[in-house]
Design a protein around this ligand. Sequence first.
Ligand SMILES: [Ca+2]
Length: 277
Amino acid sequence: MKSRLLPLLALALSAAPAQAAISLFAEYHLGETGSFLSNLPQDSSGNGRNFTSINGGAAVTSSLTPAALAGLNGVAGTSTAYLDTTSTTANTEIWTGADYTASLGSDYAFGIFAQVATAPTGQNRNVFSLGSNNGALSISCETNGQWRASRINQAYIGTGQAITANQWVHLAIIRTGGASSFYADGILLGTTDATAPTNTGGLRLSGLGSTAFDGKMDEARIVTFAAGESTANILAALQTGAGVSAVPEPSAYGLLGAGALGAAALARRRSRRSRAE
Ligand SMILES: [Ca+2]
């Protein structure tokens, strides 16, 4: 039986259809029921990458009107609520997560919807970054009136996107093929940055140091993908979670298990048939 099953298993694996090429690494709905626990953004991807601390203040959320980020880049949104850091005077709501440097690999992207009433004064504000140390990829809101992408304290990525007051914009950084690119509402902004980032120090949402982002944030996502994936698919996945594999990374084992079960069933059927013949 075993000698029969192994070749069948190998056949089942080699014949398995290609998996979805984009995987949800982490997803933060930022406002909907269950998206916060003790003021900490919860990861709804199933990977358990919840934020682990808040610098101060509390998570204040509001309902979206209309109740979806519909129509942005032609991609229907599904959000019904967002995170609001404008409504307190503490200005300390800065969330920290774990350091995912080792598990992101070489092809990944992250993005978030954001809006502000006015550009910040005094200092630039981080919105969402993959680390807090110098060299980590960061999306920021800057005193010059622009949204920007950068390796923290090292280099900007592409050009800035002018802030439009009180209007949602989707901001994303895609790292693939040894280059980093910045997108605002799906539009590539200028040049790409070839220097490898150093995404250490832990995930950050709103602010670095002690100064929080003073604005609204929604639907933060991190995805990984196979090299060669289309930019349109990556951006759609970041904006709405569309097109990602149904089950997160450990699904490879699940599919393997399903393949083995299928092969075993096939082996049993063949075994019964051969006995009947
Ligand atoms: Ca939301």
